[in-house]
Structures are given as C-alpha cells and as structure tokens.
Design a protein around this ligand. Structure first.
Ligand code: SAH
Ligand code: SF4
Ligand code: F3S
Length: 440
C-alpha cells in the first residue's frame, strides 16, 4: 500500500466547466496554504470531490464514488474527505448523510476557508462551510490549471435566471462579474504562459457586466481577443435573451474569436418555454438564430434540450423535433427531465410525464440529432479545416486529437506535429461525433 502524504491532496472534478475552473482555484488556495498536489488518489492524504447536482444521475454518480472512498477510508483512517461544489451547497448539512466517510463540506463561495476547514477537521468532528457570498469572484487567486494549451477563465459566477427545472441558482447564488481589469490581467498572464485557447465561462456568460465601469460582454470579448491575438477565443454558456447584435458583430469582426455559439433552447415549444420560465418564445429563439446566421455566416451552433418536462404533451415534443430539424445544430446535449427538490418546478409543477415516455422522447431526439450531426460531418469530407491539436488520440500515439474553430473533434495522423500546434487537416472520413483526416 502506498503511504498517504498527510498534507497532499487530490481533487476529483464532476459537472460543468465552472467546476473545472473552480478546481484550479481550489488547487491554488491549498498550495498557498502549504498543501501539495498528490500524484494520485492512492497517495493523497486529502481527497476532495468537486460535485454536481444538476440532474439526479449526476448525484447518483457521486454517491457511487463515495462508496469506493468509504472503502479507502476504512483501510486508512487518517484519510480526510471533503465534498465541494454544488451538492453540499444544495443539500446543505444533509449531504453528510450520503456517507460516513465525509469529513467536511464547502460550497462554491467558501473555498478561501478550505485550509482552515481542513485544519479544524483534523482536530475532530465534521464541519460545513456553506455561506453564500455574492461578492466572491476569487479575484486575486491565480488558478493552477492542469493543461498548458487551453485555459478556462470564469468571468462571471452565479445565475439570476431561475429556469424552473434548474438547481444552479440555488447552488451558485446570485450573478456577479469579475472586474474587467482582473480578467485582462489573467488573460495577459495566459498569453505570457503560451496558452493557445482561452474560453471565457459563466452560467450566463453574455450577461457579464463589469462591476467597476459597466463594460458589457461584447466589449470584454473584443478586448480579450485583442490582448491574445494568437489564441483562439471561446465563450460559454450564452442565454438567448442576452445575444445582442453588438456581440455578434464582435464575433464576426475579430479573426481569433471562434465562430461557435452554444445557445441552449431546452424545448421547441413556446408553451413549455413558458413553464420553464426561460423568458422567451420559440419564435424569438428562431429570430435570434436567424440574426446570428446573417451576421456570422457559417457559424456552428450547439444547444441543450430537455425531454419530458412537466406537462409536456406529444405536440410539444414534436415541436422540439421540428426545431432540431430546422436549425440543424452541429451538436446537442440532450437530457430527460429529472426533478430537483427546491426548484420552482418541484414546488409548483407536477412531474407528470411517465419515465418510459420521457426516455422514448429523449431517444427520438437523440436519434434525430445524431443523424443531423452525421450529415453535417459527412459534408465536411474533402474540406480542409484548421485544428488546434490538444492531445494524443486515445487509440494511437501516431494520431493527435484536436478541435476545429467550430468545436468539432478531429483525429488526424501525427506526422511530427505536437499538442498545441495549429494544423491544417484534410478531412477524409466522418462519424456523427468525430472527423478523421491527415495534415494537408
Ligand atoms: N448555465 C448553463 C448550464 C445549465 S446546466 C445553461 O444555462 O445552459 C446544463 C443543462 O442541463 C441545461 O441547459 C439543461 O438543459 C440541463 N438541465 C438542467 N436542469 C435539469 C433537470 N432538472 N433535468 C434535466 N436536465 C436539466
Ligand atoms: Fe440554470 Fe437557467 Fe441559470 Fe442556465 S440560465 S444555470 S439553465 S437557471
Ligand atoms: Fe453541475 Fe453545479 Fe455545474 S450543478 S452543472 S457543477 S454549476
């Protein structure tokens, strides 16, 4: 058995890019306090799970993982276990009942207290640090990232939207933006460190609003793209209500901003969008898509969609299928609805679509979207695309994996290229999720 270094830690990250970015912040905060990153989970004295609560199956995954950790802790009583992120923030002290192995809980706004929590927990007892702090943006913390090619930069945190199905406003609290000057400082550092791709992230990234000078997202994106002219600039997630003409013109005008917009629709039916509290009709969504395509020709679009939300009728489901056929998204993240306790839907609506129906509708959505993605990807055969190489391909060291500016995954023959290189690749084959090719 490997011995565990008492002051070493290992973070296992679940959920969205915001959690990934937070794990880099947690790493920095713990390192500042004298803890070091363990090489592996097996050698760590502290294991932190940075958790996600967005759907029931996300929570199931973590419970499953906790069982494994419980076994580790039985073998080694000195192991310290913490849960961070959205589950403890949402389920509060009740989270401790998930497993007797859990020593402490921290929420997305309390990571600065982690070193103190760990010290305290080691003198005995469980502790929870779950205060909301709507001023916390972790300004001044220099995140310790894992990769050296792509960097996530959180520019805003929290969400004020209150979509009826969604737990995020309850786990992440009120919206708050990072000062413009702080974002620019971070981008300067990333450029100096040679990062090739910078993704600005936030639950509603396009509602960014600089707390000092009131700068909006379009101006921030423009400034970031000028500060890092050699890097690809991406951003996610956008809410349809905040897609403005000035934002689209910025994307169209700046050569290094990727022509890709992730624009969750959630449903193709106005009736359902109303129940979901999305704040727009499906016609308004279609108008946004038309405006995006007229200002940024050839733009790649992706979306999120939920099957079987409360009260969804067959005609609402058909409307979702129709929207997918019309818009022809490059990619969609597709889910069936699961109730999250405490949300608006859980309190005011009935989860009345039977599970079998939800799953059947989801399968129809997946089948349709996969056939659309496959057609779009097939169309790319014979074209030359610019790929930012990210890693070796999982299947062979003789191939690299990377992404196009439109965020399509491409596997190509290595021919001496390295991760981090921008490579022009001739596409020779395609599935519904990956393009394959060789350097031009
Ligand atoms: N702020 C982002 C991320 C939200 S969570 C956004 O607005 O897109 C990511 C996706 O999970 C959502 O877009 C939605 O499609 C899905 N989702 C959220 N809550 C859900 C629930 N209770 N059941 C099923 N899917 C859900
Ligand atoms: Fe959730 Fe809606 Fe906020 Fe996205 S915009 S995080 S779906 S409440
Ligand atoms: Fe999950 Fe929290 Fe992200 S609930 S999707 S980790 S904001």
């Amino acid at each position: 058995m490997t011995t565990r270094g008492k002051n070493t830690f290992y973070i296992h990250t679940f959920g969205c890019q915001m959690n990934q970015a937070d794990s880099a912040i947690i790493t920095a905060l713990l390192q500042q306090a004298g803890y070091t990153l363990a090489e592996s989970e097996e050698s760590a004295g502290i294991i932190l799970l940075n958790t996600c609560a967005v759907r029931e199956n996300a929570v199931d995954r973590i419970e499953h993982y906790l069982q494994r950790i419980q076994g580790m802790k039985k073998r080694d009583k000195t192991l310290t276990i913490g849960l961070a992120g959205c589950i403890p923030q949402f389920q509060r002290e009740e989270t401790l009942t998930l497993s007797p192995a859990i020593d402490f809980l921290a929420g997305p706004d309390t990571y600065r207290t982690l070193p103190a929590l760990i010290e305290q927990v080691r003198t005995g007892g469980n502790i929870a640090s779950l205060e909301f702090n709507s001023a916390e943006t972790y300004e001044g913390v220099d995140p310790v990232r894992q990769g050296v090619i792509s960097a996530l930069v959180p520019v805003m945190r929290g969400c004020n939207n209150m979509c009826a199905y969604c737990v995020v406003p309850f786990t992440r609290g009120r919206e708050r933006s990072q000062p413009f000057s702080a974002v620019m400082g971070e981008v300067k550092q990333l450029v100096a460190s040679g990062y090739r791709e910078i993704t600005l992230i936030g639950q509603n990234v396009n509602s960014y609003h600089d707390p000092e000078q009131g700068t909006h997202f379009a101006a921030l994106l423009d400034a970031v793209s000028r500060e890092a002219p050699e890097a690809r600039i991406r951003f996610t997630t956008s809410h349809p209500k905040d897609i403005s003409e000035s934002l689209l013109r910025t994307i169209a005008d700046r050569p290094n901003i990727c022509h890709h917009i992730h624009l969750p629709v959630q449903s193709g039916s106005t009736n359902m969008l109303g129940r979901m509290n999305r704040g727009h009709t499906i016609e308004e969504y279609r108008e946004k898509i038309a405006m995006i395509r007229s200002i940024i020709p050839g733009v790649a679009l992706s979306t999120d969609i939920i099957a079987g939300f409360c009260g969804e009728q067959e005609e609402d489901h058909q409307a979702s299928l129709k929207l997918l056929s019309e818009v022809r998204f490059d990619l969609a993240y597709m889910f069936f609805y699961s109730t999250r306790p405490g949300t608006l839907a859980a309190r005011t609506l009935v989860d009345d679509v039977p599970e079998t129906v939800k799953k059947r509708r989801l399968q129809e959505i997946i089948d349709l979207q996969n056939s659309i993605s496959a057609e779009l990807y097939q169309d790319a055969i014979g074209s030359v695309v610019e790929v930012l190489a990210e890693t070796e391909s999982k299947r062979s060291a003789g191939q690299l994996m990377g992404r196009t500016a439109s965020n399509r995954a491409v596997v190509f023959d290595r021919e001496g290229y390295q991760p981090g290189d921008l490579v022009r690749v001739l596409i020779t084959a395609a599935t519904s999720a990956t393009l394959t090719g060789q350097p031009e």
